[in-house]
Structures are given as structure tokens and as C-alpha cells.
Design a protein around this ligand. Sequence first.
Ligand SMILES: Nc1nc2c(c(=O)[nH]1)N[C@H]1C(S)=C(S)[C@@H](COP(=O)(O)OP(=O)(O)OC[C@H]3O[C@@H](n4cnc5c(=O)[nH]c(N)nc54)[C@H](O)[C@@H]3O)O[C@H]1N2
Ligand SMILES: Nc1nc2c(c(=O)[nH]1)N[C@H]1C(S)=C(S)[C@@H](COP(=O)(O)OP(=O)(O)OC[C@H]3O[C@@H](n4cnc5c(=O)[nH]c(N)nc54)[C@H](O)[C@@H]3O)O[C@H]1N2
Ligand SMILES: [Mo]
Length: 839
Amino acid sequence: MNYSRRGFLKAMAAMSGSALVAPGLLTAAPAFAAGEATAVSDDITTWKISGSHFGAIRAKVVGDRVVDIRPFEHDKHPTEMIKGLLGLIYSPSRVRYPMVRLDWYRKRHLSDTSQRGDNRFVRVSWDEALDLFYEELERIQKDYGPWALHTAGVGWRSVGQVHSCGNHMVRGIGMHGRSVGTIGDYSTGAGQMILPYVLGSTEVYSQGTSWDVILQESKLVVFWANDPIKNLQVGWNTETHESYAYLEQLKAKVADKSIQVICIDPVKSKTLNYLGAAEHQYINPMTDVPLMLAIAHTLVKEGLHDQKFLDTYTLGFDKFLPYLEGKTEDQAEKTPEWAEKICGVPADRIRELARLMAKHRTQLIFGWAVQRQQHGEQPYWMGAVLAAMLGQIGLPGGGISYAHHYSSVGVSSSGAAMPGAFPLNLDPGRKPKHDNTDYKGYSAVVPIARVIDALLEPGKEIDFNGGKVKLPPYKMAIFSGCNQWHRQPQRNRMKEAWRKLETVVAIDYNWTATCRFADIVLPACTPFERNDLDGYGSYSNRGIIAMQKLVDPLFHSRTDFEIFRGLTRRFNRDAEYTRGMDEMQWVEKIYEDCRKENGLKDIAMPPFAEFWKQGYVLFPEGKPWVRHADFRDDAEVNALGTPSGFIEIFSRKIDRYGYADCKGHPVWMEKTERSHGGPGSDRFPLWLQSVHPDKRLHSQLCESEPLRGTYTIAGREPVFIGPEDAAARGIKHGDLVRVFNDRGQLLAGAHVSDNFPRGVVRIQEGAWYGPTGPEIGALDTYGDPNTLTLDIGTSSLAQATSANTCLVQIEKFVGTPPKVTSFGGPIEVDPEGREVKPA
Ligand SMILES: Nc1nc2c(c(=O)[nH]1)N[C@H]1C(S)=C(S)[C@@H](COP(=O)(O)OP(=O)(O)OC[C@H]3O[C@@H](n4cnc5c(=O)[nH]c(N)nc54)[C@H](O)[C@@H]3O)O[C@H]1N2
Ligand SMILES: Nc1nc2c(c(=O)[nH]1)N[C@H]1C(S)=C(S)[C@@H](COP(=O)(O)OP(=O)(O)OC[C@H]3O[C@@H](n4cnc5c(=O)[nH]c(N)nc54)[C@H](O)[C@@H]3O)O[C@H]1N2
Ligand SMILES: [Mo]
């Protein structure tokens, strides 16, 4: 089948037709028509435009106030999260003024750090705050050196290429001196480390086979630990939501039985419920590898594996086969009966899955939660082995994907260049003010999920991806565009570690727990209070969105650009920092650079003034594309980036590392704790999954009161629990419950739902941490799941987060519940510690 442009356009026409007959869950109309503040007759195209992770938006501004926010007129599947944006701008949790923690204000770096978290802060002027920040940077560089400063890895900072706050932090701090940075991320730490050994690229951030190819060619689509309907609501750049048009198509094809969809997940996901006729394949948590091994075993036993593909495109199947057949140390043949006892999928069903996958054109689509667990490398490697045995890698609608739930991967790219960004690094030839490169033998870069270990076990040498990392005992840390006190697991362990820090700086527009546990807090403004521009579509390169400032920065907040201009002014590098340009000059420069680049590709863009007035540029649809097709076409010319150029079922490199927890080929390893009869389940029988939230972006929008009000239970974050587990504990829907294990305890509201089987509960990540006090072990009053999660590396290879390896117990809460402390900002005190009533 040749995916010519004409064929593609026909497919598009067919698709929009079916979208009309079968409106999905997420069409514009139900979310935004009735009962809204603004009359539907308003012409929103005359409103201001801006971008966000949640999509492009139109905003109605009256005087100096934003009164309404609507989805961009070209967004056919906007997310309801947009309804929370007014509550983001006008949140009671906004950081209003520069604030300094009371005891730090008195004693600076000699403060009593066990008071961090008591939330008492003194208001200071911008000049005072930036002076303190600068003096601390000087002290750290002079008294210690670059190993003593941690510049945190940037998280889901707001969109916008000029104001991208991580770039400001890295460039601004980098002009002053060097620091300890991070490697990897919380999203795909294990996946991005293992897959280059196996498939030659991280895969997780790669463009995937186009949805229209999948819709035309696949007969079986397996969503493996994957919930695209939930997770595609947000994107890294301004999200277009184009994937939903394809998911609507898929729903129609599932209904008319032209495509079979199986969702392998302990939980009935939003995607499963949306698709209607899709099949749910329940699996015990964290046991995907045994299921895959048994499918592989069946393929071999029944002669269904593609030996020719294995011979032509892969390496090391011969080293893996003995393990499958039980001829290695563990002596266990990986039969369906063997797997059933672990993964809970009946042996006959496992055989049926193997036959289905081998018989049909099968597209395996993995999500990421399954690698955010102990040994998270294994399911990804074994997934690739399974796909290789099926022999469909590189065929249209076959093979494996690790990213179709992310930022509209699978929507083909327009091919247009996207706008660049404010520079991250120093300008060429420039050196930092303190050009000290002596890290005293400590590593300058730490795997991101191991940053707490560095405080608790300073100087320890750990394995990492074939090398060693020596953990630096940093003394000062700076956070901007991330919420460390949401993203990092095991809150109480972290709280203990935090006390070792002399100085913590947090820059945010929200008074998150990271601010509460900081010493100097600087108020950034939201993306709606600055001029900027952003790419529309992270992978589709659909266009460019103007981010027109809606209102001036609220309270005393400033753009990150201004904050770091102010900091660099303190050592006379501000002109270099900004290159002598202001905000609007940067917006125009980045746009015009992009226009030039696209000009070379014969892609026209209007001059800047016209773009800014119109508010956006849209590029035409791209060509459909099949992942790994070039490799399949010619494995020598288009060799993979693995050491051998082939798919590595056995990796000599990893084997030589000699790790006990990541061997030369994928294997099943028991977890430190596991539900359904696994270790620790006698004391804590419930598996807690902390998946990504349906109505938030991590901790973002939790502060939005109108949105939060739509899902909280008893004023707290919901804990989703099945009817059986609830009844066994005398818990009813709506009850306040205590969720606990040896690592921590929190209050949550019970949301009883049939989507959850026995032994599986869910609290969505990003719920704001609200302890009753600064002490270790304090009850979390709102429901941050990382109060309970486990902070261990996935393995010696990736050292990534294992947040989804977590067991808990739940009981009905009795007594007078403490008030939620998460929201509403600091307790403002004067330097004597007397409470100041807010003006
Ligand atoms: N238990 C558990 N934990 C997890 C996960 C999980 O699945 N389970 N998932 C992990 C994953 S995949 C991720 S990606 C991380 C996410 O972790 P983070 O990226 O840290 O999460 P966010 O809540 O998006 O935090 C972004 C912060 O940046 C601030 N911010 C936004 N725009 C600006 C700006 O312009 N300037 C400044 N200065 N600040 C700004 C926001 O207010 C917010 O506080 O969480 C990880 N943690
Ligand atoms: N709405 C929304 N969308 C988002 C985000 C957000 O915060 N909100 N964050 C974005 C980011 S930064 C990221 S990293 C991605 C995260 O993307 P993912 O990590 O893929 O998403 P999750 O929602 O954590 O989990 C997806 C599914 O995995 C299942 N699952 C968990 N553990 C197991 C297991 O052991 N076995 C099996 N078979 N299934 C399991 C869960 O039940 C869930 O249905 O999402 C992105 N999209
Ligand atoms: Mo992520």
C-alpha cells in the first residue's frame, strides 16, 4: 500500500465525515455550549489569543480582568481543563510578593531547617529578594564550589518560547557559575535509557506511525498500559488535540468490528470506556513481563513466531530462547500456566492473545506508567522482543509504539520549522563569572530521580547506565518551572533530606509545597500575563500561536525574563543576558528567524505584524508515515542506532555491565512490594497507582478552585477504589478515608468505581501536598500520592523513578478531620514572627 498524498487526503475526508456522525466524548459542543458566562453569539475570533499545554485559547478581557476563556476556534476537541484556566489566573494560591522564610530571614543559611514547611514567611521587596539570592550564589561559589549548587531539572513549565522559564534559570544561573544538573526525566526515565540499547533510539519521544495508517491497516490494536483519551488532553507545546479525530475513527471501527482493540490494564481506563466495544484485559499490576513471556512462549511452541524476521533484523534470540524454555538458572519454563499464577490472566486467554497477535496485523501501543515502576526497563525491552517475534515491526499498522498517548504523536508532521527559543546557554565564547570547574570528584550530573539520595547519602557511588555517579552533597537548590514537592516520590524521606539544604530558592506563580519548603520565593507571573509565541502541535508542527498578554502581571509578580534580568544585573551581565532586547523584540526575532527557515522550505509565513494581529499561522497536513519502515526496507543502509545496528534481543553491552537488576536480555524479577499475593501484600494489600490526572497537568490546575470543585470528595483528592475493597472496609462513596503505609499517611475522599478491580486503588499524581505541620510523618490533609510512594531507582541501568511500585492500606477516617492546608499561600509574618493580616 502506497501512502501517497492523494490517498491520505481521501482518508482525511472519510475521517471528518465519520466524525460528524459519531461525536465523541470530547467534542467542543458538550464541554462548552450551555450555561457559560458568555453568550454563545460572542465572536471569539475577536478575543485575544494565547497558547497553553491544554490547547490554544481565546480570552475575553474587560478592563484589566480576564472574564472568559474559550478554546481556539480551530480546536475541534478541546479539553475541559480549559474551564480551569480562569481559576489558575485568579487563584487564592498565587504567589503575590517575594517572600523569605522567617528563620532564614533571621539567620540566613544558618537557619533551623526543621522549620521548613511551617509556612511562615516575611514579605520583602524585589530588590531585597534578588540581593539575597545573589549573595547566596556568591557564598556557595566562594565557600564551596559548583558541586554545592543544584539547578533542578525543569518540569512542565508553561508554554511560550521566549519566556520558557527553565531556559531563563539555566542561562541566568549559568552566567554566574556552574552547578549540579540532572539527566533523564520522571516521564520516561527507564524507557529512554533501555530502548537505545534495544531499538537504537529512545522511541518514547519519537514520531510514531500515523494514525491514518493504523486506521487503515491494523486489525488489532493493543493499548498496553495506555490511556490516550485521558493523556492526550495536554501537550508539551500548545496542544492541537488532533489525535482525538483519529480516536473517534477508531471508535467507529471498533463498533463495526473492522478493528479489534484490547486494553491491557489492571483498570478499566477512560480510553476503554470511550471506545465502548473494546475489550478489557485485566492484569495484576506490575506483572506485564510474565504475560509477555508467556505470549512469547506460546508463539514458539505453536510455531507462530516469525523466524525470518528474527534472522534478518535481530540479534540474540538464541540467547533468550533458553530462558523462555526454562533452561537457564531459574529453571522455570515461561508457560501460560506459569504466567497465570503471577499475572492473573488465565492460561487459555494468554494462548488466545498470542494467536490473535500473530494472525492479524497488530499494532502494540505502550504507555509509560509501566516503566515508572521497579525494573521498569523490562516491560519495554520485552515489548520490543515480542514485537520482533511477531515480525511486524516496520509494516504499516504493525509493530510497536511507545508514544501514541503523548502530545499527538501519530499525527503526521507538516514538515514546517517550529519557532526557536530564548537561549539556554551562555553566548559563544562567554564564561561564567565564577569559572570554577572543580567538582571535587563529585558528578556534575545526577539521574533526576536520585537527587534526594544525594542529600541522604553524600559521596555515595552508584551505578548508572554502565558508568558510576558520585552523589554530590549540594547545599543550595534552585527550582523553577517544576514542583519538586509533587514530582519526587516518598515525601517523608524527602523531608528529612531537605533539612540538609542550607538554602532553597523557588520561582513559581503558585504557592506550591515547593514554595512552602523553600527559603526564598520569587513570584513569577502566569503565561497569560506576558507576550510570547509557541509552536502549535508538538509533533504535527501544525502552526504557530501568538501568546498575546491578557493582563499585566498580577500582584508583584514578574516574568521569568525580568527576574533573571534583575539577577544578572547584580553582576553586570544583564545586557549580555537579554542581548539588549526586550520581550517584544525577542518575540519578533524568534518569529522572523522561523519565517526565514520556512522560507527556505517554500513554506510561506506572513510578516510578524500580520501574524501578531491574526494571532496564528497554520501549516497544511503532512504525509502519513510508518515507523521503522526504512529499517525494514534496508536494514544495512538504515541500520538502527544499537551497537549492532539490529534489534538487540540480547545486549552484550548490558550483559557486560553485570547488573543483578538488569541483565543481558529481558527477564521477570519479583518486586520489593507487590499486590495480589506478592511481597508485602499481607500488611498492605492494595496497590496504589498514581497515574496522570484526568483534570490537571500534574500539580497544575489543582489550585484552580472551580475545576478542583468538580472532582474532590469531602474536600479532598479522590482515591478511586473498587466496590469490593470499599465494602470490605465499611467505606462508602463520599467517605473521608486515611490511606497509609510505613512511609506516610494522607486523607482522601473515597470515590467508589467499578473501573477498579480488587486490590487496585488510584490517587492521581499532582494533588497538592498539605501536611498538618513540618514534622516528618505529618498527615497530609489533601492527598498527595507521593506521601506514600517508594523512592528507589528502577535499576542500576536507568536509576529512574519507581513511583508505581507502592502498596497501601485504607481505612475510614473517624474523628474531626484537620483542615486542608495545601492551598491559599503562606502565613505572612513580620520579622518578629507576628502574623501580618493580609492587606
Ligand atoms: N507518584 C507519581 N509521581 C510522579 C509521576 C507519576 O506518574 N506518579 N509522574 C512524574 C512525571 S511523568 C512528571 S513529568 C513529573 C511532573 O512534575 P513537574 O513538571 O514538576 O509538575 P508540574 O505540576 O507540572 O510543575 C510545574 C510547576 O511549574 C510552575 N510553572 C508553570 N509555568 C511557569 C512559569 O512560567 N514560570 C515559573 N517560574 N514556573 C512556572 C507551575 O506552577 C508548577 O508549580 O511528575 C512526576 N511525578
Ligand atoms: N490529562 C493529563 N495528561 C497527561 C499528563 C497529565 O498530567 N494529565 N501528563 C503528561 C505526561 S508528563 C506524561 S509523562 C504522560 C504519562 O503517560 P503514562 O505514564 O502512560 O500515563 P498514566 O496515566 O500514568 O498511566 C497510563 C495507564 O497505565 C496503566 N498502568 C499503570 N501501571 C500498570 C501496570 O503495571 N500494568 C499495566 N498493564 N498497566 C498499568 C494505568 O492504569 C493507566 O491506565 O501523560 C501526559 N499526559
Ligand atoms: Mo511526564
